[in-house]
Design a protein. Structure first.
Length: 227
């Protein structure tokens, strides 16, 4: 772990930055680790709001895609950051080692990391992991896009055949309800991890890791129709 020392003049202005005792010529930005995670969930929320207000299909699709990808990226960022920190707290290097591994699905990784902690699992884990897995597969399709050719014929006395078309699955992200539910499933996972850890009031935990103030488990469940 690198250590930075800020050397200052007598008036408090910065003279220089040292990294592990050596001069650091470039500027450095140090933040608390949860900021790695909150950015994605904040972006998901802001794009969801823009999606709900957009008045054209192209805009709706653009904001929907961004909201969806940021939701799933937020879950991955939470998993890698939270469980690495949890491993340090427990003094268990296995968690940090598993976090650094890239093989397998995100949901399998979450299951294995939870199993390595004293908590063991989260409430309603099978259902939540199942939904996150399906959403993760859809995210993979978005970030690794491929297409299958399609054609269409316009009937009539003189039929016209149009080729070079594609059935674009991105149209699904014009649906604000679908994108909101995706975000809520991701937030529910974070909430249940905090609940398994023993947090009676989840609002501080959720704010800490998602940047969404005043969010509760009850609100998430209500949005998903699971209240």
């Amino acid at each position: 772990m690198p250590h930075y020392h800020i050397d200052t003049h007598e008036n408090g202005s910065i003279r220089g930055i040292l990294r592990d005792g050596e001069p650091q010529p470039e500027s450095v930005s140090l933040e608390q680790l949860f900021s790695i995670v909150t950015l994605y969930f904040k972006l998901a929320g802001s794009n969801l709001q823009l999606l709900e207000r957009a008045d054209s299909k192209p805009l709706r699709r653009a904001h929907g895609v961004q909201a969806f990808i940021m939701s799933l990226t937020g879950v991955e960022a939470f998993t890698n950051t939270y469980f690495k920190l949890r491993g340090q707290e427990l003094g268990d290097t296995r968690l940090e080692e598993r976090v650094s591994q890239r093989h397998g699905s995100l949901t399998r990784k979450i299951e294995q990391l939870m199993a390595m902690t004293p908590e063991g699992s989260i409430e309603d884990q099978t259902r939540i992991i199942g939904r996150i897995h399906g959403l993760s597969q859809l995210r993979n399709d978005l970030v690794h896009p491929q297409w299958e050719p399609a054609s269409m014929t316009l009937g009539g006395n003189v039929p016209i055949k149009i080729e070079g078309l594609v059935r674009n699955f991105q149209a699904a992200f014009e649906d604000a309800l679908f994108c909101r539910e995706a975000l809520m499933w991701c937030l529910l996972l974070v909430a249940r991890v905090g609940k398994a850890r023993g947090n009676a009031d989840l609002s501080p935990f959720l704010f800490h890791w998602t940047g969404i103030y005043g969010l509760t488990e009850a609100q998430i469940l209500s949005e998903l129709g699971l209240a």
